[in-house]
Design a protein around this ligand. Structure first.
Ligand code: DHB
Ligand code: FE
Length: 280
C-alpha cells in the first residue's frame, strides 16, 4: 500500500526561482533562506519518496477569475511549467501518475469533495519553486507528482476548517492506494504576506510563529480562524497558509517536527519551511 512519509511545507516566492537561475544561493540576502534546506535534503535522502502530492494555489496561469475551482486535482501523464509573468526560466515537464491521480480523485469524491479533474494542467511557481528547492541538483524533478490546486485567489475561498477535512480525506485517499509508493505531501505558500493594497508589505511574525508551532501538535486549533480573520492576521496572500493546513491534515499518523526555518523577508514574504515526519 502507499504510505505517507511526511510533509514538506514552504513558501513559494517566485524570486526564489530567479535566485536559482542566477546562482545566488550563497549571497548574504539568500543564504539564511537556502542554507537550512540542507536539513530538508538530508530528510528526503533518508525517506526516499517515490511521489509528491503538491498542494498549492495557481496564480492565474491555469485558472483565471472567469473559472476558478475551489479544489482541482491533476490527472495527467505530465505537467508542463510556463512562465506566468515573473520572468522565471521554464523548468522541464513534471512526471505525473494518472492511475494514482484517479485513485485520489475517486476516493475524495467518495468522501463528498466536489473536485475539478484536470487531464491537462499547467503548473506555476507555487508548484515548481518548492520542488526545485527539494531537489535542487536534479535536472528534472525525480518523483512522480500529483498537483492539487486550491483557490486562494478569488473569494469565497475554502475555510481552514474545510481545508482540514479535505486534507484528512486526501491522507485517506493516498494511504488506500494499492501500490507500494512512498509519498511526500507538499504544502506551498505563505507565510504572512500582502502584495497589494494599502497594507502591501504586511508581515505578522508573531502569528506566523504561532502557526508553525501549532501545526505540529495542535493543527485543529488553526481551523477556528475564518478566511476573513486569516486575511487580517496574515495578509491577503498569507491565506495561502490553507495549503499548509491541508498538507498537515493529510498526515494520518504520529507527527513530529524534523526541521523548521523562518526568515523575513524573502521578497515581500515571511518565508517559512518545515519538515513534518509521519509515523504509522
Ligand atoms: C510573492 C509571494 C507569493 O506567494 C507569490 O505567489 C508571488 C510573489 C512575493 O513575495 O514576491
Ligand atoms: Fe503565492
Amino acid at each position: 500500500m502507499a504510505r505517507i512519509v511526511g510533509a514538506v511545507t514552504t513558501s513559494h516566492v517566485p524570486a526564489i526561482g530567479n535566485a536559482f537561475a542566477k546562482g545566488l544561493q550563497n549571497e548574504p540576502y539568500w543564504k539564511p533562506f537556502f542554507g537550512p534546506w540542507d536539513r530538508v535534503h538530508a530528510w528526503l535522502d533518508s525517506v526516499k519518496p517515490d511521489a509528491a502530492v503538491v498542494v498549492y494555489n495557481d496564480h492565474g496561469l491555469q485558472f483565471f477569475l472567469d473559472k476558478l475551482p475551489l479544489f482541482a486535482v491533476g490527472a495527467a501523464a505530465e505537467y508542463r511549467n510556463a512562465d506566468e509573468g515573473w520572468g522565471l526560466p521554464t523548468l522541464p515537464p513534471y512526471r505525473g501518475d494518472a492511475g494514482f491521480s484517479w485513485h485520489l480523485i475517486e476516493s475524495l469524491a467518495a468522501d463528498e469533495f466536489d473536485l475539478t479533474t484536470c487531464q491537462e494542467m499547467l503548473v506555476d511557481h507555487a508548484f515548481t519553486v518548492p520542488l526545485k528547492l527539494m531537489w535542487p541538483h536534479a535536472a528534472a524533478c525525480p518523483v512522480r507528482t500529483v498537483p492539487v490546486a486550491v483557490n486562494t485567489i478569488q473569494h469565497p475561498l475554502p475555510s481552514p476548517a474545510r481545508c482540514f477535512k479535505f486534507g484528512r480525506a486526501l491522507g485517506r485517499a493516498v494511504e488506500s492506494y494499492d501500490e507500494d509508493l512512498k509519498v511526500v505531501v507538499v504544502g506551498t505558500g505563505g507565510l504572512s504576506h500582502q502584495l497589494d493594497g494599502t497594507r502591501a508589505g504586511f508581515i505578522n511574525r508573531e502569528f506566523d510563529l504561532m502557526c508553525m508551532e501549532k501545526i505540529v501538535d495542535d493543527p485543529v486549533a488553526l481551523t477556528r480562524y475564518s478566511i476573513a480573520e486569516l486575511v487580517e492576521l496574515a495578509g491577503t496572500q498569507g491565506v495561502e497558509f490553507i495549503n499548509w493546513l491541508i498538507a498537515r491534515a493529510a498526515l494520518p499518523g504520529r507527527v513530529s517536527k524534523v526541521h523548521a526555518n523562518y526568515h523575513v523577508p524573502i521578497s515581500n514574504t515571511a518565508s517559512g519551511v518545515m519538515v513534518l515526519e509521519n509515523r504509522p
